[in-house]
Every structure is written in C-alpha cells, then in structure tokens.
Design a protein around this ligand. Structure first.
Ligand SMILES: [Mg+2]
Length: 365
C-alpha cells in the first residue's frame, strides 16, 4: 500500500455549553487540526489534534511544510519507520510541543489506515482487557462557576450516574479553593470520589500547604499542582503527602514519564496520546507504569474515543476522563456514557473522523 495524498484542516469548533474556565484559560471554542491521509488501496485514514485556544495554525504549518510531503509514496503500514523519519526532521525546531502534536496527528491517521485495512476497531485489535470503561466527569467543576453553580452541576453529574467527579482549583486566593472543595465534599455522597485539578499554577510551598489541608477532605487526587517541568518539586510533594499526585496531560515524552515514575513524583499517570507522539508511545508509557504498579487514568478533552479504546485494552486503566460533553457529536460515530460507563465503538479504525459538517462549517484554514 502507498500513500498518494494528504490534506490538513484547521478548525475552530465552538462549544455548545457555558464558558469553560480553569486557572489558565477561559474558552468558548476549541481549535483542532485534522489530517486525512489517502492511499492507493482506496483507504483514507484520519488523524487529529487540538488545543484549548489559538496556536494550532503552527501545527498545521508543520504538517503541510514538513510531514505531508514526506508521506508521499510511503507505505502506511510501515508506521514505526515512517514516524521515526518524520520525528528526526525537527532537530533544531524542537522535538516536543507543536512538532509532537503534529506528529501525533499523522500517527493516528496511519493507525487508522492499518485498522481499516484489517476491518477492526482499535481496542479489539489491541486485545480487550475489559468490555466496559468507567467514566469520571470534569464538566461540572469549572473554576469560573459560582459555588452554587458548582454544587448544582456536580450533583447533577452524580444524578446522571457518575460516581467520580473533578473540580478545578487555582483561584488567586487558595482559601477560596479550599472553601469550595469543602462545600462540594459536604454536598456529595461519601461514595462519590472527588478529584481536584490546579492546572499547574501553584508553587511548591502553596502545594504543600494546601495539599495537606485537602488531604483532610477525602480528596481522591491532586492534579497538576505545579509546572510539569519541575519533576523535583513533584517528587518532594508526592513524598510529603499521602494525597495522590496526578500528572501527565502536559508531559510529552516517554522519558519524562520514566523520570517522574522513577523519582516517585507521580501516583496517577495521566498520559495523553495526543500530547505524546500517539498510540505507540502511549502504550509504552502504560506498560512502564504497570511495571511500577501505577494506574494510568488518561487526560482527555475531546479525544475520549481514543482513550476509551486504549483503556479497554490496558489492564491498569481503571477509568477515563469525560468532559466537553457539548462536543461529543463532532465525531462521525460518537461514543456515549450510560450510567457512568462509556460504550465502546464498533466501527473499524481509530474512530477520530470529524463529521463532514464540522469539517466544512468550522474550517478556518
Ligand atoms: Mg487536568
């Protein structure tokens, strides 16, 4: 099989829900870049990547200028060889961040072609470790909500069958965060797990002080308290607290995960295939975590469909994040959560083909 053509799409996809706010950003839309890779076998593979805000145009530029010309004539089934070649074109412009995000979009498209050629969905190809995947919900816990809105939305998630929910922290005064967690914890049934997410804006001192207080509130994990680049600080924090530390959504390589794990700086590994170079590297990280008896609970935004399939095929993944619910219909065959569990897709491929309507209506480049 040979690649004959590839086309990229830059998209701005509006949310159909209240403005989403965390400690870093506030948004009403998500930017995405999609890539379609065509073959002489008549099979097309779809890959994509995304960003909370602007900036994805740079990802499209890397794809169009570097990767798309290099894909011409390659055998898409030689995925690992092709990916290695693409990776080394970024020697001086950076091997993580924008280049990595672009690389992942290609990798997903190559996987998609392979799976469509075999006529199987990703999770069945990898081999199921489970046949249903538990969801935990982040959509009720945004930082911009008033405490009343927060309580209302968190409780409505529980009414819908979710028994694990997450709320955002990182207000300028951590005392406000603490009072909000206290109010939510008091309102939720004891059986419901409550996680908190700082989105990296605390320093070590703040994380120590408020982490110790959060321990007393039966919080299930503390997510991204500090800059992901500061592994040493995460190790100090994780060793000092009983509260599990979750990191991974802004970690871009298997080597960084190795360091986090070996330093004892992470308890919950939140590896996201769209921030690594794709499925193959995610599987490496999950296997490494398993050797250390660590759970992987993937970060998601709109890419639940990918991680639910990886979770189904990976023994040490107990659940997958659910959020941005208003965007669940952007996919040609959306997956749903019923009674707190994801349904698994049956169509062949990776399943990340955006609807034609999104590809036309939301296209900006
Ligand atoms: Mg997070």
């Amino acid at each position: 099989m040979k690649i004959t053509n590839a086309e990229t799409y830059l998209l701005n996809v509006p949310l159909k829900q209240k403005t989403i706010t965390d400690s870093q950003t506030s948004l009403d839309a998500v930017e995405m870049v999609a890539i379609r890779v065509d073959t002489d076998a008549g099979i097309s593979g779809w890959g994509f990547n995304w960003n909370y805000t602007k900036g994805t145009r740079a990802v499209q530029a890397i794809l169009d200028d570097n990767y798309v010309p290099m894909l011409q004539g390659e055998d898409p089934l030689d995925r690992k060889t092709v990916m290695r070649k693409l990776h080394f074109t970024n020697h001086f412009i950076g091997q993580v961040g924008v280049t990595r995000v672009a690389l992942c979009a290609v990798e997903l498209a190559l996987w998609d072609i392979h799976l469509k050629a075999l006529n199987v969905p990703l999770w069945k190809y990898l081999g199921p470790a489970k046949h249903k995947v538990k969801a935990y919900n982040t959509d009720g816990g945004w930082l911009g909500y008033t405490t009343d809105e927060l309580l209302h939305d968190m409780l409505s998630m529980v009414d819908r069958g979710f028994d694990a929910v997450k709320m955002k922290l990182g207000r300028p005064d951590p005392r406000e965060d603490y009072e909000r967690v206290k109010a939510v914890r008091r309102a939720l049934p004891d059986s419901v797990r409550l996680m908190v997410d700082v989105n990296t804006v605390w320093d070590l001192k703040t994380s120590m002080t408020w982490g110790r207080k959060l321990e007393q509130l039966d919080v299930y994990w503390l997510e991204e308290p500090m800059s992901p680049f500061d592994k040493k600080a995460h190790a100090e924090l994780a060793h000092a607290l009983d509260l599990p530390i979750a990191v991974g959504e802004t970690i871009y390589t298997r080597y960084d995960f190795r360091d986090y794990i070996e330093m004892g700086a992470v308890d919950i590994v939140q590896a996201d295939a769209t921030k690594l170079s794709g499925i193959d590297e995610w599987l490496d990280v999950a296997a490494l975590a398993r050797c250390y008896n660590l759970e992987v609970i993937p970060h998601t935004n709109v890419q639940q469909k990918l991680h639910v399939q990886l979770a189904a095929a990976t023994p040490n993944v107990p659940m997958v994040e659910y959020c941005y619910e208003s965007l669940s219909d952007i996919w040609e065959e959306p997956i749903r959560v019923v009674d707190g569990y994801y349904t698994l897709p049956e169509e062949p491929g990776v399943g990340l083909k955006l609807t034609d309507q999104v590809l036309v209506d939301c296209r900006i480049g």
